[in-house]
Write a protein that binds this ligand. Structure first.
Ligand code: NAD
Ligand code: 89Y
Length: 343
């Protein structure tokens, strides 16, 4: 079967990973790129040998010649670009955060549904090798029925030098990083019925919150804590590892710093190294994220060809995005938020 042709919009900091990922994916290639910044367009076009270059997304869609679009811009342009893809009947991948608000996200999902085109959010963290290993252990029944979890991302890594806009928004860690941690919590323990959150800003040089502690009531009766921080200075920097603790009816799972997975149950304790692969184009410590970019892109192609729903479809991502919005709302009002009422 002929490979799919893709177009990428937004040639910024993270798009470099996405372009490397596409080079490795089986069954797809990027044939056109777009960025309104001529320097970024040239840099990415030259690095990856892409001839078709556009400064305007409308012009790229008008010329056509591609089967899907990969939107790698920041959140402000996501709605316009996803709706442009829907109008042009082109399946779309959109980076996280999917939208500025839940109502905007719902409109984007509806536009793609009405146009009959696939929509996947580039919510890649659940595709990380260590997270997949935890999911596999649970699916194999290693700890029986999980009743409690902790999903933790605590770091002092300087994310602002690569992504300066992160220091400038009214919202920071929940919208940028906690969104992934909340998605992992859903992926591992299932959908959420209620949420309570507290936030703080510790770093005086940024506008938004850089610490959040979130309590989740899952629909299956499990309880979990999602705790995220970019104000945590440790002797050994864990960026960008998500650490997981799960207690179940038959045992426990611990995913600890350094990608160690420990499973304890009636048969004793097993320890495994679940480190991500260091792909040839990747660099530490980002290789965990970079490998998951390749994995989600391959998943996009495989499911598109099968005509099957994506793990992080637009519709699925509404349930993660609702948790982001609920976390801000809960922290602002000091109240527990009913998630079902938001969806
Ligand atoms: P960036 O600002 O470096 O790059 C965005 C690029 O998009 C810029 O070059 C800009 O000129 C271009 N752009 C913006 N609007 C456009 C439009 N309408 N048409 C054409 N070009 C346009 O941002 P970044 O750091 O690369 O982040 C991009 C997105 O990726 C963000 O939403 C961010 O949250 C996300 N991100 C995801 C991960 C992950 O692991 N999933 C990691 C880092 C960043
Ligand atoms: O933007 C963020 C993301 O999605 O993963 C890590 C990050 O680059 C900084 O928090």
């Amino acid at each position: 079967m002929a490979g799919l042709k893709g177009a990428l919009i937004g040639c910024g900091f993270f798009a470099i990973n996405q372009m490397h990922g596409w080079n490795d994916v089986e069954g797809a290639e990027i044939v056109a790129i777009c960025d309104r910044d001529p320097e970024r367009l040239k840099l990415v076009g030259d690095q990856f040998g892409i001839e078709r270059r556009y400064s305007d997304a409308e012009a790229m869609f008008a010329d056509g010649g591609f089967d899907f679009v990969d939107i790698a811009t920041t959140v402000q342009s996501h709605r316009a670009l996803v709706e442009m893809a829907a109008r042009n009947k082109i399946p779309a991948i959109c980076q996280k955060p999917f939208a500025r608000t839940l109502s905007e996200a719902k409109a984007m999902v509806e536009a793609c549904r009405a146009a009959g085109v696939a929509l996947m959010v580039h919510e890649n963290f659940r595709w990380q090798t260590p997270i997949q290993a935890v999911r596999k252990a649970l699916d194999a029944g290693a700890i029986g029925t999980p009743f409690w979890g902790r999903f933790s991302f605590r770091s002092g890594y300087d994310v602002f030098s690569g992504q300066p806009y992160l220091a400038e928004g009214e919202r920071f860690i929940i919208e940028d990083l906690g969104i992934h941690t909340l998605d992992i919590a859903r992926y591992i323990l299932g959908d959420v019925s209620a949420l309570t959150a507290r936030t703080k800003r510790v770093n005086p040089g940024i506008k938004g919150e850089d610490v959040a502690t979130i309590l989740l009531d899952h629909e299956n009766d499990a309880t979990s804590v999602v705790d995220v921080s970019y104000a945590t200075k440790l002797s050994k920097e864990p960026f960008p590892e998500t650490l997981i603790e799960l207690d179940g009816s038959e045992g426990t799972i611990r995913l600890s710093q350094g990608y160690g997975l420990e499973i304890t149950n009636g048969r004793g304790t097993t320890r495994m190294d679940v480190s991500p692969k260091l792909l040839p184009w990747a660099s530490r410590p980002w290789h965990n994220i970079q490998e998951s970019v390749f994995a989600i892109e391959q998943h996009w192609v495989d499911q598109l060809r099968r005509g099957a729903e994506h793990s992080t479809s637009g519709a699925d991502n509404l349930k993660t995005f609702a948790l982001v919005e609920a976390a801000y709302d809960s922290a602002a009002r000091g109240q527990t938020i009913d998630i079902g009422a938001m969806l």
